[in-house]
Design a protein around this ligand. Structure first.
Ligand SMILES: Nc1nc2c(ncn2[C@@H]2O[C@H](COP(=O)(O)OP(=O)(O)O)[C@@H](O)[C@H]2O)c(=O)[nH]1
Ligand SMILES: [Mg+2]
Length: 274
């Protein structure tokens, strides 16, 4: 049962964000203190930062007890960081994530969370009528992004226009149910998450959101984006009836991933299911 005002836990995956994260943490903490009657917590999930992000987050957290930090040494990528953060689902009612660069403002995230009253998962969308996009992406990035979504739609048929928006929020039970099937650490993590939710019968609302493109992307498109395309194909194969016949090719798969320097999640229960 969700309380009248559910507990809300927000994850912020962050990699070398010393220059962008401080105002974002302050904005969120102040906004939710003023506007949210339930318990609100923020957990910043770092891995392998080579700048002062950890110190910056710790100094803001000293002022705002609702902020905590998790720091992993391994190069687990944004997806790997979120897989770790989502393990906190049992400690809250709703759990979500946003980018640490302030692309999603606190009010926009709050609005998404309100729809969890009726849906198991609510995702921000930059491609639905009603969405507001500030400082639009370059034409080249837009084309790549739309091409990628057409490819994802072709393979997974989820009918979701924007799988990659960095703002998503879910009910605890949905995350607890699907957590063991999260295995993709790179940018295809979001597709892994959404497809697992759909397969398990959870409802997903794609809701128009306000998004501000920020300069200074930290996402590494390893070796000409081949990594992410392979991840998407691998994910599709995983859910296909042929997957167990492909066991023979696992060493080849591991070799390709090493060559592409693609991030891998931390080993955990999900690994044993592979
Ligand atoms: N923990 C962690 N966070 C990451 C990693 N790579 C990117 N991020 C975070 O993921 C979010 C999205 O990255 P961003 O650079 O804004 O990507 P873009 O705007 O989509 O190109 C930001 O909060 C980044 O700091 C990573 O390897 N580990
Ligand atoms: Mg960004």
């Amino acid at each position: 049962m969700i309380r009248p005002v559910p507990d809300l836990l927000l994850l912020l995956p962050a990699y070398n964000e010393e220059l962008r994260i401080e105002p974002v943490l302050r904005d969120y903490a102040r906004y939710f203190r003023a506007e949210y009657a339930g318990k609100f917590q923020m957990v910043v999930v770092l891995n392998g930062c080579v700048d002062r992000t950890l110190e910056v987050v710790q100094s803001v957290a000293a002022e705002y007890p609702e902020i905590r930090v998790l720091d992993f040494a391994e190069p687990i990528g944004k997806g790997g960081a979120l897989i770790e953060g989502l393990k906190l689902a049992p400690t809250t009612d709703l759990i979500g994530y946003v980018d640490a660069d302030g692309a999603t403002k606190p009010k926009a995230f709050h609005e998404l969370s309100l729809h969890c009253e009726r849906y198991d998962c609510v995702i921000g969308s930059r491609w639905l009528p009603g969405s507001i996009l500030h400082q639009s992406q370059s034409t080249q990035r837009r084309i790549v992004s739309r091409g990628f979504h057409a490819f994802v739609q072709f393979l997974f048929q989820m009918g979701i226009k924007d799988t990659q928006c960095g703002a998503k929020v879910m009910r605890r039970v949905a995350v607890e149910t699907i957590h063991s099937s999260l295995r993709i650490a790179d940018v295809a993590f979001d597709i892994n998450l959404l497809y697992s939710l759909k397969r398990n019968g959870f409802s997903i609302l794609e809701h128009p959101t306000e998004w501000t493109d920020q300069l200074g992307s930290k996402i590494k498109f390893n070796k000409g984006s081949i990594g992410i395309v392979l991840s998407v194909i691998r994910l599709r194969l995983f859910y296909s009836p042929f997957y167990r016949w492909l066991r023979l090719f696992r060493p080849l798969e591991a070799w390709i991933y090493r060559k592409l320097s693609a991030p891998q999640p931390r080993p955990g229960p999900s690994e044993s299911e592979k």
